[in-house]
Write a protein that binds this ligand. Structure first.
Ligand code: SF4
Length: 175
């Protein structure tokens, strides 16, 4: 697996202050995609054990972080490797919150319980789902590019077997 970017701190890809890891590779090919270079699975740098450790140590050493966000490309095309990274991170930081971006819909990802994609989804707290649709582009939306995309509370959705949209923490409402 390759990564095509890493932000130690960002406020744009999820609630609060988050580290963001961009995983190379995407086959959705949405017209108007923000960065088609990231479709290439060989784009960026190899995610070596050394690089993984470096990033985990950087996250563990930053007490201001509210969580990690996995973006891309689409991390679900590298579901097993992305899940391994979350496990490695949580061995150091148990329960560390993870948000994840994908061009798949929640329904597509949960169609086969137990699949690599389903397991990756179940490891995360929030998913921003769905392909980017240029006609529905809306710059006023938080954390999303187009209005078809949803911000979904994964544990609540899996528990109730229905999509439950994520609600911001009280401390962030009205900010
Ligand atoms: S899912 Fe994201 S990275 Fe993939 S083509 Fe669509 S906008 Fe681009």
């Amino acid at each position: 697996m390759n990564i095509c970017g890493y932000y130690p701190e960002s406020i744009n890809e999820g609630e609060g202050l988050r580290a963001v890891l961009f995983i190379s590779g995407c086959r959705h090919r949405c017209p108007g995609c923000f960065n088609p270079k990231t479709w290439n699975f060989n784009y960026g740098e190899a995610f070596t054990p050394e690089r993984r450790r470096e990033i985990i140590e950087e996250i563990a050493g930053n007490p201001l972080l509210d969580g990690l966000t996995l973006a891309g490309g689409d991390p679900f095309f590298s579901a097993e490797e992305a899940a391994d990274f979350i496990h490695e991170l949580r061995a150091e930081l148990p329960g560390f919150p993870v948000w994840i971006y994908t061009g798949y819909t929640y329904e597509e990802l949960t169609a086969s319980p137990g699949s690599a994609e389903w397991k990756l989804l179940a490891l995360c707290q929030v998913v921003i789902d769905g392909r980017f649709v240029e006609e529905l582009k809306d710059l006023t939306l938080s954390y999303r590019g187009s209005s078809n995309q949803r911000i979904i509370d994964i544990p609540a959705s899996l528990a109730g077997d229905t999509v439950v949209l994520w609600e911001p923490e009280l401390s962030f409402q009205g900010v």
